[in-house]
Design a protein around this ligand. Structure first.
Ligand code: BDR
Ligand code: CA
Length: 335
């Protein structure tokens, strides 16, 4: 008699968020927390990386955002400390704390960078504990994912899926003419991840440059409970991000800012909003002018190994309909 094999996947998707907060990381993070409160996803852990600001600051912000949302019990892994000029690279966009200089308006985090586990260890342990079940959502440089893969070859294959915000294919970069920030920050890490599996999902600037969160949208979310800490954070962080986005000409003059990292959540929870292309993706690790550039092989010859699904179109109206309603729900349940 044949045995019925019952897969042990629980019905609620499990995720680890790998992040470098960052104003847009925080909005993605709040969206994820709203979906978790609605019972649509389980957050297994958060891992932080140096990127927009230093590893200490991204760790601290992630802890503050989890505590704000009532998820203080979730483990936060710490990223590697970097020396030199890379350490504070996008503070001019996101503020010196990565949070629009608003971190001191929230309670200090209850845990410390020094005593946290390393992000790569958290990734390795969790993926080994729940093979095939965890989706990795990577919204910062890919340093932690690559470190885990180098330490434990094949570990990224144990993720259910890896969803990445990064790259620029048929549009300019945002840190050099060719390169997008997350890939440019650590292209060697991106290369390791791109070689790790054949079903990566990539949300590049090609779609995220259309995701402009306006002052009015932020206000519509905040009005659910305007005096709450969350509402103040949303309004004040948006104001900060709008200023820097306008001064860096990221939004065609519209008073808003790009919520790049939130695109990953639209892929996971509202996939009908996106068009993706099956692709063979490369990253340039050495070019003098092109370091961090991502390319889709469009030549006519047969490709032996496509490695990714790359999003190239998004329905931004529907994106913001879902984003705003979910953030309003978070605001509602936190009151
Ligand atoms: C990416 O770079 C960072 O500054 C943002 O947080 C986002 O992850 C966009 O290029
Ligand atoms: Ca980010």
């Amino acid at each position: 008699m044949k045995k019925l094999v019952v897969m042990s996947f629980s019905s609620v998707p499990k995720v680890i968020l790998d992040t470098d907060p960052g104003g847009d990381d925080i909005f993605a993070f709040l969206w994820l927390q709203s979906l978790a409160k609605q019972g649509l996803v389980e957050i297994i852990a958060v891992t932080t990386t140096a990127g927009n600001v230093s590893a200490q600051k991204t760790f601290s912000s992630a802890c503050q955002i989890l505590e704000l949302g009532g998820f203080a019990q979730i483990e936060v892994g710490r990223g590697m400390t970097l020396d030199g000029e890379l350490a504070e690279n996008a503070a001019h966009i996101h503020g010196s704390d990565g949070m629009g200089n608003l971190s001191n308006t929230l309670p200090r985090p209850a845990r410390e960078y020094e005593t946290a586990r390393n992000a790569d260890e958290v990734l390795i342990d969790q993926l080994n504990a729940l093979p095939g079940e965890i989706t990795l959502i990577a919204i910062g440089p890919l340093t932690n994912l690559a470190a885990a893969e180098k330490k434990s070859p094949g570990i990224l294959q144990k993720a259910r899926e890896i969803v990445i915000m990064g790259g620029a294919f048929f549009c300019p970069g945002n840190v050099t003419p060719q390169a997008e920030f997350n890939i440019w920050f650590d292209p060697e890490a991106a290369k390791v991840v791109l070689n790790s599996r054949t079903d990566l999902v990539i949300l590049p600037l090609d779609v995220t440059r259309h995701l402009i969160l306006t002052r009015e949208m932020a206000g519509a979310i905040a009005q659910i409970n305007p005096h709450s800490n969350l509402a103040k954070l949303i309004v004040n962080l948006s104001e900060f991000m709008i200023k820097t986005a306008l001064s860096h000409r990221e939004t065609s003059g519209i008073s808003g800012f790009l919520v790049h990292d939130a695109a990953t959540l639209s892929y996971l929870f509202y996939p009908e909003l996106l068009m993706l292309r099956r692709s063979k993706v490369w990253v340039e690790t050495r070019g003098e002018w092109t370091r961090g550039q991502t390319t889709i092989d469009q030549r006519n010859g047969a490709k032996q190994r496509a490695n990714a699904w790359v999003a190239l179109q998004v329905d931004q109206t529907k994106f913001f309909t879902s984003f705003i309603e979910d953030l309003k729900r978070l605001m509602d349940v936190l009151t």
